[in-house]
Design a protein around this ligand. Structure first.
Ligand code: FMN
Length: 411
């Protein structure tokens, strides 16, 4: 399954005769739903024009590190943060050497150094260059650092020789890039995620709700699916489409959400409650639209069911993760919430501040568990969700392993 849809990809192009293939690659990446920004080395511009790449990517092409105009629009550090993945295709022998050395004297090398996103390189060169011990050493060191190497393939080379060094065909590059988002960490697991706000009806046309956009919960559902889980997303009303590979149930009120969760929680391994569920609902919603009157209106509210605590209290409960949206005393409130609801993990975020939290595209999370915590720094919600899911999966597997060991010891 390909998970390139919605991903931000920086496509780096270096000075190789295979650079023309990256024109096809950018088209295929976009067809797969990815957003692509092209960065070219100076040498690459001798092989294929930035204009071609601009027309195919639909975005300005970045070529120079020191460029006032480009820095003003999307600077190199912003590009490094924007990327969910950097792929250098084709990657020249010289560029591989620069990566090993950690050089930052051209835009593409500087980006690769500055980013925390995964890096993939697609080497393309003459067989002699590829087989040279210097290149082989470089490749081994890059692999050790976690850089993904795609190819090269064996075949006829532009120099007239036959051997290893051809750039991998774009179809295969695309497939392997898509697979790189599939971590498999949660394969075989059933995960239920809640997301979005709830709407508590006042009358048939009015309701009380909150500012949740659902973006964080949807990103978690997508990240869990990418980690191989079978994901059910139970969502309040949002303006988002269901992530690829995720089954979605749409609900309105806190009561509806509780019903949907309880109907599907049986046999679920992990429950992630990212929805901003109303704490109160209208005691008696009016059956007909309320008319404007001369006097003020009082509406009686009653407590809604606590879905998260309800799931955590089940006898055979799943690994349970809650979100805490706080406007003050984040750490104290998040720890309190974890303990009072017996949660395995709480991911807390400050809301009500510009740029993060509700409705923003970026967020920062402080995650708490028994005896520990970790700060996941500000990042786009999709990237943050992948890190959070990685953390959740680690804790989930540790707990499962500990239980299995305990069961064996007491048998
Ligand atoms: C016609 C021609 C074709 C080249 N093809 C390749 C190639 O396929 N792979 C490679 O590693 N270098 C190739 N080179 C050499 C690189 O262009 C050169 O090492 C350059 O400095 C790489 O710069 P860059 O890594 O900044 O893009 C080629 C050079 C020329 C003149």
């Amino acid at each position: 399954m390909s998970y390139l849809s919605g991903k931000n990809i920086v496509l780096g192009i270096t000075g190789s005769i295979a650079a023309y293939k990256s024109a096809e690659l950018v088209r295929e990446l976009r067809e797969a739903g990815a957003e692509v920004r092209v960065v070219m080395t100076e040498a690459a511009t001798s092989f294929i024009t930035p204009l071609t790449m601009q027309a195919l990517s639909g975005k300005p092409v970045h070529t120079r590190l020191v460029d006032d105009e480009a820095e003003a629009v999307m600077g190199h550090i912003q590009l490094a943060r924007w990327a969910d993945l950097i792929v250098v295709a084709p990657a020249s022998a010289d560029f591989l050497a620069r990566l090993v050395q950690g050089r930052a004297n051209d835009l593409l090398a500087a980006l690769c150094l500055a980013t925390s996103a995964p890096l993939a390189v697609v080497p393309a060169m003459n067989t002699g260059m590829w087989e040279h011990p210097a290149t082989q050493d470089n490749v081994a060191r890059l692999r050790q650092r976690g850089v993904r190497l795609l190819g090269p393939a064996e075949g006829d080379l532009a120099c007239g020789e036959y051997g290893t060094g051809r750039m991998l065909e774009t179809g295969l590059v695309l497939q392997q890039l898509g697979d790189s988002f599939d971590t498999g960490q949660l394969s075989g697991c059933r995960v239920v995620v809640t997301a979005g706000p709830t709407r508590e009806p006042i009358d048939p046309v009015r309701y009380i709700s909150n500012r949740s956009s659902g973006k964080m919960g949807y990103a978690v559902a997508q990240a869990a699916a990418e980690a191989g889980a079978d994901v059910l997303l139970i969502s309040g009303p949002v303006a988002l489409t269901a992530p690829q590979g995720v089954k979605r149930i749409l609900v309105e009120s806190a009561g509806d959400m509780q019903e949907a969760v309880m109907a599907d929680i049986d046999g679920c391994d992990l429950f992630v409650a990212a929805a901003a569920v109303a704490d109160y609902t209208i005691d008696r919603p009016a059956v007909q639209k309320l008319k404007k009157r001369a006097r003020d209106l009082q509406i009686a509210l009653k407590r809604t069911p606590d879905i998260l605590a309800g799931v955590a209290a089940l006898p055979d409960r799943p690994f349970t993760v809650g979100f805490a949206a706080e406007t003050e005393d984040l750490e104290v409130n998040a720890r309190k919430k974890r303990l009072s609801k017996s949660l395995d993990l709480v991911a807390a975020n400050l809301v009500g501040q510009p740029g993060t939290g509700f409705d923003a595209d970026e967020n920062r999370l402080h995650v708490f568990w028994e005896g520990g915590s970790r700060l996941l720094p500000t990042a786009p919600k999709q990237r943050l969700a992948r890190e959070l899911v990685r953390l959740i999966a680690d804790h989930y597997h540790n707990r499962r392993n500990a239980r299995e060991t305990h069961a064996k010891d007491s048998a």
